[in-house]
Write a protein that binds this ligand. Structure first.
Ligand code: NAD
Length: 290
């Protein structure tokens, strides 16, 4: 069994991005600039946004964090998005999800112009992804592709099973793994909460990508010997063994599943850091295009 080390790989990627930023500055260009909007003060969202801002600093990007109260109106949030859309100094914008219930996530996503949608959630970017046209790929699936690529995982002709059909992870992941691209060309099965024979399907996966948000859901008996397992799940669970009183758990029961795998991502240190690196990569691409 070999670890798909997202922390190490993302650090390599960040070093590569930092070199490109230095070259851009040396040739008279400006620093790439990522803006993030955070609504409310949910603990997990704070952690993710802070990690993104810190990653920007590390690679030499500018960053702006706009904080809005949890009870902010949808219109005020949309106006903040429009202001950033029109600001030529900013190359990429992310609005940290989830948003409070009174705000329509799809309305917010559709208000971000596709040229600055570095999370790759806008319908235009998702449509272009479907057609295999240049676009911003959703950051988490793109990070997984990059990780599989950097570890030279053979995907062509393999059976890839994706668990979870969310718009930000499972659904785009299933499309990307089926595309005619270097990491792709899989036969894909997309499973979800209404799938009746999940164990039977997951056991036939050469590549199993798990994104459902239920800690340690995938057990040893659901995985084929020699499979490549990618664990997207991140759930904070209470723990008396850590100083903070919390521990991050993936969707895969790592200790029992890992010995069966050829490759597996850990949690933390797997898909999470790759998501941030992809976001930086998309922002760099946007800065080069503008
Ligand atoms: P979501 O809640 O939007 O979707 C969950 C999906 O799981 C749904 O499509 C549902 O049909 C499916 N599902 C639920 N129960 C199931 C079952 N018993 N069997 C099969 N499928 C089932 O989730 P999401 O936004 O895709 O996030 C999933 C997990 O990934 C969460 O833990 C989230 O925190 C994590 N996540 C991590 C990253 C990262 O960078 N590592 C990024 C995004 C999400």
């Amino acid at each position: 069994m070999q670890l798909l080390d997202g922390k190490l790989t993302s650090n390599t990627l960040k070093d590569e991005i930092a070199v490109e930023v230095s070259a851009m500055l040396a040739s008279g260009g400006k620093k790439p600039h990522l803006a993030a909007i955070l609504v409310g003060s949910d603990g997990a969202s704070e952690t993710y946004v802070n990690a993104k801002v810190k990653a920007c600093e590390k690679v030499g990007f500018d960053s702006t964090l706009v904080r809005l109260e949890a009870d902010v109106s949808e219109e005020i949030l949309l106006n903040e998005v429009r202001k950033i859309n029109e600001n030529p100094a900013i190359d990429g914008l992310i609005v940290q999800l989830p948003l409070p219930k009174h705000i329509s996530e799809i309305k917010v996503t559709e208000t971000i112009i596709p040229e600055k949608d570095v999370d790759g959630f806008h319908p235009v970017n998702l449509g272009r992804m479907m057609l295999n046209l240049p676009s911003f790929l959703p950051a988490t699936p793109a990070g997984i592709l990059e990780l599989l690529d950097r570890y030279d995982i053979e995907t062509s002709g393999k059976h890839c099973v994706v668990i979870g059909r969310s718009h930000i992870v499972g659904s785009p992941m299933s499309i990307l793994m089926a595309r005619n691209t270097k990491v792709g060309n899989c036969t894909v099965t997309l499973t979800h909460s209404r799938t009746t024979n999940l164990k039977e399907i997951s056991r036939s996966a050469d590549i199993l990508i798990v994104a459902l948000g239920k800690p340690e859901f995938v057990t040893e008996d659901m995985v084929k010997e020699g499979a490549v397992v990618v664990d997207v799940g991140i759930t904070r669970v209470k723990s008396d063994k850590t100083k903070s009183g919390w521990k991050l758990k993936g969707d895969v029961a790592f200790d029992e599943v890992a010995p069966k795998c050829s490759f597996i991502t850990p949690v933390p240190g797997g898909v999470g850091p790759m998501t941030i690196a992809s976001l930086l990569k998309n922002t760099l691409k946007s800065a080069k295009q503008s």
